[in-house]
Ligand binder design. Structure first.
Ligand code: SF4
Ligand code: SF4
Length: 367
């Protein structure tokens, strides 16, 4: 564990030297500070998206215009290496492209490939891209050369009504071709059936999942529709009425809906004998031949690959960062760190250890 921490410091030093003093924007950047989400640390080659799918939450979280991200690949790598929450790999933090933009859009595609290359080269994070773009065999090969174990999620939530829901995105038949091209290049490719739109996605699920499997998808992730008042209004314009308790709708909060829809689709996926990943990170872990038991959706991946950690290695790491007076229990599924209540424990420590240990970390206060 200490070796990973030291490596991160060395990468920071190397990148700062390479950037010859021109790096303050990287240190101030969001990627240098943000706590990872469950799917990993999200990477933004742009903010906003011109496709404007009606169910998209991106405009509702403030990214109304499409803007390519200003950092170069080296600066992005420095930002991530400076982020205390991020643990370098292999089998460290997960990285996910595609949460606030379409990462393979033509105007930012080179930037995405550049980011992917620098993240892999300097931090060796396990990366995942979610996309609706058409991925040619050539592009699939480029991705494969940069990150051979890359996890790719291809989003398809409707075939018949895509013109209403995703009028500007590439049509689903091209996305099925993407699955075929990515899989043919040996990339781990998963159908991303999210958001599951009530009375639309469930009615088409059999066809969507069967076609994805026929084109080489390894499995499917089914995710609920999450709504804001903006999304509810846009869905109404295309004939979908979502009933929610409006008092629960607040700014910047996305309410999950349609649990029944999701359950129906999962049942169909089971009937089709499709592998069902409980979440995006689960597919990423599987793509990289890793394992994870951090949350109750798991365990995920190849459990023989759960890192073999002992108390001494965590002890050594905590000593090196100046944290004394703890008592440790390292179990099969979790790690418990106990500190005197007077000891200040930064929040990143839990996440850093979790990313490397791939087990849940609990911090208890004593004394
Ligand atoms: S492609 Fe993705 S990011 Fe772009 S508008 Fe559609 S859902 Fe949003
Ligand atoms: S246990 Fe599975 S679902 Fe949970 S964080 Fe790990 S990979 Fe993701």
């Amino acid at each position: 564990m200490l070796e990973r921490f030291r490596r991160k410091i060395e990468v920071q030093r190397y990148l700062k030297d390479t950037l010859e003093g021109d790096y303050q924007d990287a240190l101030d950047d969001y990627h240098a500070k943000r706590r990872p989400r469950p799917c990993g640390i999200t990477i933004h080659p742009a903010t906003g998206c011109p496709y404007r799918c009606v169910y998209c939450y991106v405009p509702d979280i403030g990214f109304t215009d499409f803007k390519p991200y200003p950092l170069t690949g080296l600066k992005l790598a420095l930002a991530l290496a400076s982020n205390p929450y991020v643990a370098p790999g292999p089998s460290g933090s997960l990285a996910a492209f595609g949460s606030v933009t379409e990462p393979l859009l033509e105007p930012i595609r080179d930037r995405t490939l550049e980011y992917l290359d620098r993240i892999t080269r300097f931090l060796d994070l396990s990366c995942q891209i979610s996309t609706k773009e058409y991925v040619s065999r050539e592009l699939a090969l480029e991705l494969k050369i940069i990150e051979p174990k890359l996890s790719v999620l291809v989003t398809i939530v409707t075939i018949d009504r895509y013109l209403q829901f995703e009028p500007l995105a590439p049509p689903p038949h091209l996305r099925f071709e993407s699955i075929k091209n990515l899989s043919s290049e040996g990339l781990h490719t998963t159908l991303f059936l999210r958001p599951a739109i009530p009375a639309i996605s469930d009615r088409e699920a059999y066809r969507i999942i069967s076609a994805a499997l026929d084109h080489g998808a390894r499995g499917v992730i089914v995710g609920s529709l999450r709504v804001t008042s903006g999304i509810i209004g846009r869905l109404r314009t295309v004939g979908v009425n979502i009933q929610v308790d409006h008092s629960r709708l607040r700014k910047n909060v996305q309410l999950p809906t349609g649990a029944d829809t999701k359950n129906r689709i999962v049942k169909i996926a089971r009937e089709l004998d499709a592998r069902i990943y409980p979440s995006a990170c689960s597919a990423n872990v599987d793509a990289h031949g890793e394992a994870c038991m951090v949350c109750s959706y798991g365990p995920c991946g190849n459990l023989n690959r759960i890192p073999d950690l002992n108390e001494a290695s965590i002890d050594e790491f905590l000593d090196a960062i100046g944290l004394n007076g703890r008592y440790l229990e390292v179990g099969d599924r979790s790690i418990v760190l106990s500190f005197h209540r007077d000891v200040e424990v930064s929040s990143w420590i839990k996440y850093f250890i979790e990313a490397i240990a791939r087990r849940r970390v609990f911090i208890r206060r004593i004394g």
